[in-house]
Design a protein around this ligand. Structure first.
Ligand SMILES: Cc1cc2nc3c(=O)[nH]c(=O)nc-3n(C[C@H](O)[C@H](O)[C@H](O)COP(=O)(O)OP(=O)(O)OC[C@H]3O[C@@H](n4cnc5c(N)ncnc54)[C@H](O)[C@@H]3O)c2cc1C
Length: 398
């Protein structure tokens, strides 16, 4: 590798995925010698002890948990109490919860201790940044403003500062400025839904169960949190989302309680509400000369199955494996072959996941009678067919 380079790898974006990549590269046996820069204008700050949980949380599968454990970030999360969830209950608004057509995933039935954990996004990102810094990664609080990608070197502009690097990784989120700078372009397609996110206290214990009810306007999920509250992710039509966010607490509480069919009794808000646009995207290519895309910069999916950041962590694991193998052969982190292999494998996998989630979105938001029947039949069938259920659990576990 050339001595004229400032860094071997520069990662733009210290969200969960970019920070995960920095931490994994800096702790992996085959890659720890790399000189790595992690660039973000606003890297996540570790929450202070006693600070309430942030409203942005994620259902983390085994794939995400593995990255956190391998990098030593998992123990740092303990203070923020990741909540293991042991059951998932899914039903359609056309049927009663608990009936024949309710789909229940049970960790014990699958021989697993849990189905995953609900974790606080900023705590995950901050723990991974901390582990990356401990592993020798240089954190630059800055913004990538321009790129020049050539066969020999990638030149990265951070405002006035110019850095020569071997490989640039864009982990800069769904709108990814770097994807555009690299000429990989592409714009996400908006779903006709927005997600409302808030934490609420249920009258009845959630008993470590994640609930999801499919309403005609979109799915409503209640994810269990360690302090007994639940995290609401309610995907609905934008006009409805706007109306719900503007309600006072009492009116909002009664709407969420009704929309969740009272599955956990009366729900009382404990945080404010935020709205997020929902989009679908899979970049035409995940690699350009001396550049790779990971996480939301490469793909965005509907959050109905809690897969987005988990797909990002799978990108990270695949890229680290390819780079490690290339380095072991005496190669360079910016070599085109390992980048192409990474790009092909992960793009195909994420395309499948995106199509599956898009199919579920369409099936459950359709008001055509045949499709309405098909989805109830589908949930009931999945619930009763052992091997199909096992397959779905394995996919969800990652
Ligand atoms: C309502 C909702 C619920 C969700 N629930 C789940 C869930 O339960 N499970 C799950 O797996 N996924 C979930 N997701 C998806 C998940 O939140 C995303 O996949 C994940 O946050 C993407 O992380 P990222 O690190 O790729 O990008 P981001 O978190 O968007 O991070 C990008 C980073 O890049 C930085 N940046 C931007 N531009 C530049 C630049 N020019 N230079 C340097 N840095 C830059 C930004 O400051 C930011 O820190 C959900 C999404 C939504 C909207």
């Amino acid at each position: 590798m050339s001595a004229r380079r400032d860094f071997d790898v520069l990662i733009a974006g210290a969200g969960m995925v970019g920070a995960g990549l920095a931490a994994l590269l800096s702790t992996g046996e085959a890659t720890r010698a790399l000189r790595i820069a992690l660039v973000d204008p606003k890297p996540a700050l570790a929450p202070l002890p006693g600070e309430p949980l942030d409203a942005r949380v994620s259902a983390l599968s085994r794939a995400g948990e593995r990255v956190l454990r391998r990098t030593g970030a998992w123990p740092l999360l303990a203070l923020r109490q990741p909540c293991a969830y042991e059951r998932m209950v899914i039903w359609d608004s056309g049927a009663a919860v608990g009936g024949r057509d309710t789909l229940v995933f049970d960790a014990a039935e699958a021989g697993e201790p849990n189905l995953g954990h609900i974790v606080e996004n900023r705590a995950v990102a901050a723990a991974l940044v901390e582990r990356a810094i401990a592993g020798g990664v240089t954190l630059l609080r800055s913004t990538v403003t321009a790129l020049d990608l050539t066969r020999d070197v990638a030149t990265v502009m951070l405002g006035e500062r110019t850095l020569a690097v071997g490989l640039v990784v864009a982990a800069d989120g769904a709108d990814s400025p770097l994807r555009h700078l690299a000429g990989l372009g592409g714009e996400p397609t908006a779903y006709a839904q927005e997600a409302i996110v808030a934490h609420l206290r249920p009258a009845e214990s959630h008993r470590g169960t994640a609930h999801q009810r499919f309403l005609p306007e979109g799915p409503l999920a209640l994810l269990p949190l360690a302090d007994g509250t639940v995290s609401l992710v309610w995907s609905t039509a934008p006009a409805q989302a706007e109306r719900l966010v503007a309600l006072d607490d009492a009116a909002f509480a009664s709407e969420v309680t009704r929309a969740s069919d009272g599955v956990l009794g009366t729900l009382t808000p404990v945080t404010g509400r935020s709205r997020f646009p929902l989009r679908r995207f899979n970049a035409a290519s995940y690699a350009a000369t001396r550049l790779a895309l990971v996480g939301d910069a490469a793909h965005t999916v509907h959050p109905l199955a809690g897969q987005g950041v988990n797909q990002g962590f799978l990108d990270v694991a695949a890229l680290v494996m390819e780079l490690g193998a290339a380095l072991a052969r005496g190669g360079d982190p910016g070599d085109p072959q390992p980048l192409a292999r990474y790009a092909r494998a992960r793009r195909a996998e994420n395309a499948l996941m995106g199509a599956a989630l898009d199919g579920i979105y369409r099936l459950f938001t359709s008001d055509r009678p045949l499709l309405m029947q098909a989805r109830q039949l589908g949930l009931g069938l999945a619930s009763r067919a052992g091997p199909l259920k096992r397959l779905l659990v394995e996919r969800a576990l990652g």
